[in-house]
Write a protein that binds this ligand. Structure first.
Ligand SMILES: Nc1ncnc2c1ncn2[C@@H]1O[C@H](COP(=O)(O)OP(=O)(O)OP(=O)(O)O)[C@@H](O)[C@H]1O
Ligand SMILES: [Mg+2]
Length: 277
């Protein structure tokens, strides 16, 4: 986790004065918002990003096309997109890779915020953490609701294109996620979900399916530490067979690769298949 450019002065100094004074406090939150919006922010769970991201170029290109119109001067309403697919299919990894590319390589989004959306409480905790990172300390505006409002208002007034990730919106009981999505501002909202119904809360959606055969063999070989087998070789045929046995599901390929790697060369794709069947 890392904030690239922290605020120069903590907003605490302004907010402390407002404690206990409702009208004044909300004025102070507004002024804190004005200040926070001129900072840059990049915070994603980097420790979850795989060392070697494989494939998925077509999906990354689609995301880019959907979000490319987001500009600070022209965008009134955030553009929202959901990646939908079963558990372990690679949604979060695609998003982590997209964040990296969109921020560091293409520099399309100067600021990226990460929200854990697996439940309402998780969203609130994430927004409180973002408020704290933007400079509002627990002792300043103590209550979580105020911090959530602060973050939503800050996003609405953000000075340049920003990206907000809502990862793992998977709980069908969690109905009102929209109340935590900024209604205005030059934002892009990228949500991941196992639920088909998530399409109802976004403008666009992409169905994420299992990997293509080539991608699956790439993931398997890179994770297992084996050489990529030569095209048309018996080893490659075995690699493809392993990929299909695991239905080209990234999570399963990752685990099989880790198992092969831990055997220190004793388990080839062929041996793995014999064990598997
Ligand atoms: N493109 C990829 N390159 C390398 N490894 C990948 C890739 N996609 C997925 N993986 C591997 O598969 C695992 C599961 O992927 P991920 O966590 O992104 O799935 P998910 O769809 O977000 O699942 P869930 O719905 O449970 O959150 C990752 O931890 C990683 O090891
Ligand atoms: Mg996920």
């Amino acid at each position: 986790m890392q904030t690239l450019v922290p605020l120069q002065e903590p907003l605490r100094d302004q907010l402390q004065v407002g404690l206990g004074h409702k009208g004044k406090e909300s004025r102070l939150i507004r002024s804190a918002t004005q200040k926070a919006r001129s900072s840059q922010y990049y915070q994603i769970p980097r420790e979850r990003k795989v060392k070697k991201f494989v494939g998925r170029r077509d999906i990354l290109a689609k995301i880019n096309t959907i979000f490319t119109p987001v500009r600070s001067d022209s965008q009134q309403y955030p553009t929202s997109l959901a990646l939908i697919g079963m558990g372990g299919i690679g949604k979060t990894q695609i998003v982590l890779e997209y964040c990296h590319q969109a921020h560091f390589v293409e520099k399309h989004f100067t600021s990226v915020f990460w929200v854990n959306a697996h439940s309402k409480d998780a969203v609130i905790n994430s927004l409180v953490r973002i408020a704290d990172n933007l400079g509002i300390q627990a002792s300043d505006v103590g209550n979580a609701d105020q911090k959530v409002n602060f973050v939503l208002e800050t996003w609405t007034n953000w000075h340049s294109p920003y990206l907000v990730i809502y990862d793992n919106f998977d709980d069908p009981e969690f109905q009102d996620i929209q109340t935590f999505i900024p209604p205005f501002g030059p934002g892009a909202i990228l949500l991941t979900s196992r639920l088909r119904g998530a399409v109802d809360v976004v403008d666009h959606s992409i169905d994420i399916s299992v990997m293509a055969e080539d991608e699956a063999v790439d993931l398997l070989t890179s994770r297992s530490g084996l050489q990529r087998p030569a095209t048309g070789s018996p080893d490659e045929a075995d690699g493809k067979e392993v990929a299909w046995a695991l239905e080209c599901l990234p999570l399963a390929l990752d685990q099989a690769g880790a198992y092969i790697r831990s055997s220190s060369g004793n388990v080839s794709f062929k041996v793995f298949l014999d064990h598997f069947e």
